[in-house]
Design a binder for this molecule. Structure first.
Ligand code: HEM
Ligand code: HEM
Length: 138
């Protein structure tokens, strides 16, 4: 397996655990629901779910078209962009929710959200190029 694949899966498992701990905290304390709901949601859906799909997708999907991944450079770059994006979104939301430098938190959230969006774009482009069917003559 590529290192990026292994690390996408490791980070996905890490975010699953983190989101579950936050979820338990939210069950135990209603103030946590107010503070940490968007973190719980995105650590689960962008962290656990999407990162697992990135890892498994990069490993499995190229095999359907009998090719290797279109660009391992894009895959490696996407690993860092997506992880920086999600970590920054989490930190930004926590800063806004807890009232700790909310203005800085909002700027961080905006920058990190753009990184997450860029990560999604890199994945979509790389996958679309990978599974693109080779045109048959005639
Ligand atoms: C240990 C596991 C989990 C616990 C204890 C937990 C707990 C919670 C709690 C307490 C809330 C807030 C509910 C409220 O509004 O009062 C919540 C919301 C939410 N959780 Fe979890 N959760 C867990 C796992 C998951 C997983 C695996 C996912 C998705 C993959 C998920 C997705 C969501 C979403 C999307 C919301 C927001 C729902 C809405 O918008 O109303 N959760 N969770
Ligand atoms: C570029 C990536 C993303 C950004 C920047 C983003 C941003 C946001 C923002 C700003 C909110 C409102 C949070 C608030 O209550 O203040 C939100 C809510 C939500 N997002 Fe995302 N999101 C992203 C990706 C995703 C993805 C991939 C999923 C699902 C697979 C998702 C599922 C949700 C859900 C379910 C809510 C409602 C949460 C709740 O009920 O509290 N988001 N998102």
């Amino acid at each position: 397996m590529d290192r990026a694949v292994v690390w996408f899966i490791r980070m996905s498992l890490f975010y699953f655990l983190l989101a579950s701990v936050l979820g338990m905290g939210m069950v135990s304390s209603s103030s946590w629901v107010a503070y940490y709901r968007p973190l719980h949601v995105h650590f689960n859906l962008l962290g656990w779910m999407s990162m697992m799909i990135f890892g498994v997708g990069y490993h499995i999907l190229p095999k359907f078209s009998g090719k290797y991944i279109y660009s391992t450079k894009i895959m490696n770059a996407q690993f860092w962009v997506s992880n920086a994006g999600l970590a920054g979104m989490g930190l930004g939301w926590a800063m806004i929710g807890r009232g700790f430098s909310p203005d800085a938190g909002r700027s961080l959230l905006l920058a990190a959200s753009l990184a997450s969006l860029a990560g999604a774009g890199l994945f979509v482009f790389n996958m679309a190029m990978t599974i693109q069917e080779v045109k048959k003559p005639g």
